[in-house]
Design a protein around this ligand. Sequence first.
Ligand SMILES: [Mg+2]
Length: 118
Amino acid sequence: MTKILICDDELGVRESLKLILGDFYPLIVVDNGEAALEVLKNTPSISLVFMDIKMPKTPGLDVLAKIKQLHPHVKVVIVSGYNSVETAQEASKLGADGYIVKPFDSKDVLERARKYIK
Ligand SMILES: [Mg+2]
């Protein structure tokens, strides 16, 4: 079964995404972009990533660009702390498949997952 990768430096966000998605999909959860790339390299069954934008080391948009370069079939939904048109446009230019703003709605998160995981 295809897996979802969750990448966010905040424990609270990781926990709420786990609560929303964990009953329906196998999840892998990491707290930084380097770990996300490492997991993707070793886990071909991942088809969707929820990627935080603001993280201490590598910003989420840089990780997004790398994912799209190395694993073009993987869908990436950006998770942002604020609703910014410029950031959303930048994310979309880099190949993001979706953009959700924290605090997110659980229905919205599940909808994204259903859209990208058959
Ligand atoms: Mg963050």
